[in-house]
Design a protein around this ligand. Structure first.
Ligand SMILES: Cc1cc2nc3c(=O)[nH]c(=O)nc-3n(C[C@H](O)[C@H](O)[C@H](O)COP(=O)(O)OP(=O)(O)OC[C@H]3O[C@@H](n4cnc5c(N)ncnc54)[C@H](O)[C@@H]3O)c2cc1C
Length: 398
C-alpha cells in the first residue's frame, strides 16, 4: 500500500497552485453555487474556465481529441481537490457540462453528438454551458414517475410538460433532459429517454425561482409543443433510465473536491478561532478535532474510490457513500462555524463583501447551501438506500 503521490503528481499540484496565485485574488474563498447566483462571479468563473481550458485543464482527464489531456485518475483527483480547496470558480461550466454531460455524451452519445457538443464544453465556450432537466413538480426522489412527454412525429419529437429546480437554465445554451417516450409500460423505469434540447427552442419558457437566500440559481421550465430533432435523442430510445444511472454516478463522484472545500473552510475557521482566542475553550478544541477526523476520513474514502477507478474497477455504492458522508459534514462544519463566529453569521449571505463578514461569508453560505447539498444529485436518504442495496446487499427498502 503506497500512501504517497508520485513526484510528478506533486509537481502537478504545485503547477495548479501557481495558477491560483496568478489568477485568483488572495483570500478568495469559493462558495458552492455562489458563481451561479451572483452574475459578476459567473463572469469571473467563465473567464477562469477559459484560462483553464487553454491549458487543457478544464477537462483534464478527457481524451485529447475532445479537448482534454488524457490525464490519469490521480491527476484528475489532484485537480479536483485543488479546485475545491482554492474555490477555483467556473470549473463545471453551468454545474452540468464538465461533470456529467460531457462524460455521458462520450460514453453513449452518437459520433455526431460527441463532435458537436463535447469540444465546446472543453473549450469553455459560452455555447458549452448546459443545464439539466430531471426533476419535475411531482417527481424528485421518485424520478421515474416523471410525466413530461416527448412524442415522436416523423423525424422530430414534440415535448410537452414541466421541469423544476433547473440550475443555470438562465445561462445555458443546451438542456440535458429526460422525458417519457412510452406510456404503456410494465414498470415506470421503462419508456424513458434522454434528449439534447436547444434552450432557444420555440415554446420553451424559462421562469426564475429564487432560492432560500434570495439568489437565482434555479428555474422552472415549461414546454409547450417544443420541437426537437430526432437526432438529439441520446442513447437508446426507452432505455434512458440505465443511461441516467451512469450519468448520476458521474454527478455523485468527485468527493475529493468536496473534501477540498471542507478542508479550506475548516482551515480558515481554525485560524479565526486562534485569532479570536476561542481556541482556549476545550469544548471548541474538541469539536474542531472531531471535524478534523471526519474530514480526513472523508478524504481517505474519496481516495479509495479513485484508487478503485485507477485499477479499472467500476464504482458501485462508493459515490453514494461519499455523498452521504460529506452531506452531513457540510452541515456539521457550518453549524460549528455559526457557533464560533456568533452574531457575525447573521450577515446577509448575498453580501459577502460587507465589512462585518467573516471568512468571506463562507460559513453562513455553507450553512444555507448545506440544506440544498443534501438534496441535489439525490438526497442523503437516497444515498443511504443505495449503500444499503449495493454496498451491503440488503433488500431494496424503497
Ligand atoms: C442545489 C440544488 C440544485 C438542483 N439542481 C437541479 C437541476 O439542475 N436539475 C434537476 O432536475 N434537479 C435539480 N435539483 C433537484 C433535486 O434533484 C431534487 O431536489 C432531489 O432529487 C429531491 O427531490 P425533491 O426535492 O422532490 O424531494 P422529495 O423527493 O420530495 O424528498 C423529500 C424528502 O423525503 C425523503 N425521501 C423521499 N423518498 C424517500 C425514500 N424512498 N426513502 C427515504 N427517504 C425518502 C427525501 O430524502 C427528502 O428528505 C436541485 C436541487 C438542489 C437542492
Amino acid at each position: 500500500m503506497e500512501f504517497r503521490f508520485t513526484k510528478k503528481e506533486e509537481q502537478f499540484r504545485q503547477q495548479i497552485r501557481e495558477f491560483v496565485k496568478e489568477n485568483i485574488p488572495q483570500g478568495f474563498i469559493g462558495h458552492r453555487f455562489w458563481d451561479e447566483q451572483h452574475p459578476p462571479s459567473w463572469d469571473f468563473g467563465m473567464a477562469i474556465a477559459k484560462k483553464l481550458a487553454e491549458n487543457n485543464w478544464l477537462t483534464i482527464n478527457w481524451p485529447k481529441e475532445f479537448g482534454g489531456m488524457g490525464a490519469s485518475n490521480w491527476e484528475k483527483a489532484i485537480m479536483t481537490e485543488e479546485v475545491g480547496y482554492w474555490g477555483i470558480p467556473g470549473t463545471s461550466m453551468g454545474i452540468s457540462g464538465t461533470r456529467w454531460v460531457g462524460p455521458s455524451l462520450m460514453a453513449y452519445g452518437t459520433e455526431e453528438q460527441k463532435k458537436k457538443y463535447v469540444p465546446l464544453i472543453a473549450a469553455a465556450d459560452p455555447d458549452g454551458v448546459w443545464c439539466t432537466g430531471y426533476s419535475e413538480p411531482d417527481s424528485g426522489t421518485d424520478l421515474a414517475s416523471l410525466q413530461t412527454f416527448a412524442e415522436q412525429v416523423g423525424d422530430e419529437y414534440i415535448i410537452n410538460g414541466q421541469k423544476v429546480w433547473t440550475s443555470c437554465a438562465h445561462y445555458a445554451r443546451w438542456l440535458w433532459m429526460i422525458c417519457r417516450t412510452e406510456r404503456d409500460v410494465a414498470k415506470k423505469h421503462q419508456g424513458l429517454s434522454l434528449f439534447i434540447v436547444d434552450m432557444k427552442s420555440e415554446g420553451l419558457k424559462v421562469s426564475p425561482l429564487k432560492n432560500i437566500v434570495g439568489g437565482h440559481v434555479f428555474n422552472e421550465l415549461f414546454f409547450n409543443d417544443v420541437k426537437v430533432p430526432a437526432k438529439n435523442l441520446v442513447g437508446i430510445k426507452n432505455k434512458g433510465w440505465s443511461h441516467l444511472m451512469q450519468s448520476l454516478s458521474y454527478e455523485r463522484s468527485g468527493a475529493v473536491g468536496i473534501v477540498g472545500t471542507l478542508q479550506r473552510v475548516f482551515d480558515e475557521l481554525v485560524q479565526y478561532t486562534m485569532e479570536s482566542g476561542q481556541i482556549e475553550q476545550s469544548d471548541i478544541q474538541q469539536q474542531l478535532a472531531d471535524l478534523a477526523i471526519d474530514i480526513e476520513s472523508a478524504r481517505v474514502l474519496g481516495y479509495q474510490a479513485v484508487w478503485k477507478m485507477d485499477r479499472g474497477e467500476k464504482l458501485t455504492y462508493e459515490p453514494s457513500r461519499d455523498k452521504a458522508f460529506t452531506d452531513v459534514l457540510h452541515e456539521k462544519l457550518s453549524r460549528l462555524g455559526m457557533d464560533i463566529i456568533g452574531a457575525y453569521s447573521q450577515i446577509d449571505v448575498m453580501d459577502k463583501d460587507s465589512r462585518w463578514t467573516q471568512l468571506g461569508g463562507a460559513i453562513e453560505h455553507m450553512y444555507y447551501t448545506s440544506m440544498g447539498i443534501a438534496l441535489a444529485a439525490g438526497t442523503t436518504d437516497t444515498q443511504r438506500n443505495l449503500v444499503g442495496q449495493f454496498g451491503l446487499g440488503l433488500p431494496r427498502s424503497y
